[in-house]
Write a protein that binds this ligand. Sequence first.
Ligand code: SF4
Length: 160
Amino acid sequence: MPDQQAAAPAPVPAAGSAKTCPSSACGEGALLLGVMTSAGKLAYLNPPVPVDAEFAAREAERGSPERRYRFAGPCLEGGCPQWTGRGCAIADMSAGPVNLGLPASPRRLPTCSIRHSCRWYFQRGPAACAVCPLIVADMGGTETYLSVQAEAYAHDQDAG
Ligand code: SF4
């Protein structure tokens, strides 16, 4: 299965429509969006796999499942510490004006089945998808985020 699809203009969901967080915490009922590979890039699952209680418990026991996987779930808006009052700070930080040196309009986007409702895509369009595979939550869902590979990429760009 190809893991890339052609970029399309960002759709504009109806105001007030529910959004999906593409970096939610692991828990029963969440969707397993992808697996972080040893290369530090997310391998998206299409379609995402619902997380059951057994998987959630096993991964919680291993510790910090959000370091190994990305999960999708409802965007909590004001119930999330990343909410700025107007949107998701992670989307703004990763795909904002200083976007780690990645292209704002990539020619190809990851094949991703939550794009129609994705919070990050709604805020930043294709620029969010450009950096999305490199983002990993290091503390569990909504605490803090790392993007080691993206930082390394930006460093290489600076050094070059
Ligand atoms: S930012 Fe793009 S690739 Fe990432 S989850 Fe959202 S729609 Fe999918």
